[in-house]
Design a protein around this ligand. Structure first.
Ligand code: SF4
Length: 254
């Protein structure tokens, strides 16, 4: 265990960092948490910008991603491309528990996520959230690509905050006040690797069966779980309702 912060302390730091550039926020976190913080990314554009900034400050920064077993082939190829681009970064590719996946799909089918919102969230829990939550227990902090204008549930995020859903570690949302245009401008001007599915009209990229390109005028996350009505466009890792109440409900589904 490294540096531990309390709510008051991290609140004061968040105020100090709120008008700072993302690189300053990332530099602060790397200085404070060193090897105990990692970039956690699904390889979307926001996460890639954070990775680029962090790798410029610390070339051997840790990078964590989850292979849910249902990712598009383009994502697998892209992971290798990114690793070549940042050769010193240290990657950890997480997998879901094989027994949990086996029990889930044996009982409910390979594509259970089409049947109900709770089954979709259960699939996200088993394939993505649980492996990541387990890994977060070994960290003192994580870098995310979250931004306030991505989705209503993200509107109040701070650039640094204590993540009480995951053991009170430091969650660093360095791009919190950036717009989508600012992210893309940085990516293009810094030659950041860009996931190839963006060229095909995707604006948010996740598992292959649960992600599609958006239609003109739709919200950026409309291509995720598009068949659901009124459900949060979240997998559960950033959403306390799903990691708490839902997990209990989901266990009943096995
Ligand atoms: Fe399962 Fe779809 Fe969630 Fe991937 S995005 S974990 S396939 S429900």
């Amino acid at each position: 265990m490294g540096r531990v912060f309390d709510d008051l302390e991290i609140g004061e730091i968040a105020v100090q960092l709120d008008d700072q550039e993302p690189q300053d926020v990332i530099a602060w976190a790397l200085e404070e948490l060193g090897d105990r913080i990692a970039v956690v990314t699904a390889l979307q554009i926001d996460g890639m910008v954070v990775l680029d900034m962090a790798a410029k400050l610390r070339p051997d920064v840790r990078v964590i991603t989850v292979d849910t077993g249902r990712l598009p082939q383009e994502t697998y190829a892209f992971i290798d491309e990114v690793r070549e681009r940042y050769p010193q970064t240290r990657w950890e590719i997480l997998f879901p528990d094989a027994t949990e996946v086996s029990e889930m799909v044996s009982a409910q089918g390979m594509d259970l996520f089409r049947r109900s919102v709770s089954q979709r969230m259960f699939c996200c829990q088993v394939r993505k959230v649980r492996p990541l939550v387990k890994k977060l227990r070994d960290l003192d902090g994580w870098f995310t690509g979250l931004r306030r204008d991505q989705w209503a549930s993200r509107a109040a995020i701070k650039k640094v905050e204590l993540d009480h859903d995951h053991g009170g570690i430091v969650k660093v949302n360095a791009l919190a006040d950036w717009t989508n245009d600012e992210v893309w401008e940085y990516a293009r001007s810094n030659d950041v690797p860009i996931h190839p599915l963006y060229e095909q009209g995707y604006t948010s990229i996740g598992c292959a069966p649960c992600t599609r390109p958006i239609q003109p005028g739709e919200d950026d996350r409309a291509g995720r779980w598009w068949w659901e009505q009124g459900a949060p466009k979240e997998c559960g890792i950033h959403c306390p309702i799903e990691t708490g109440t839902f997990e209990h409900e989901a266990k009943e589904l096995i």
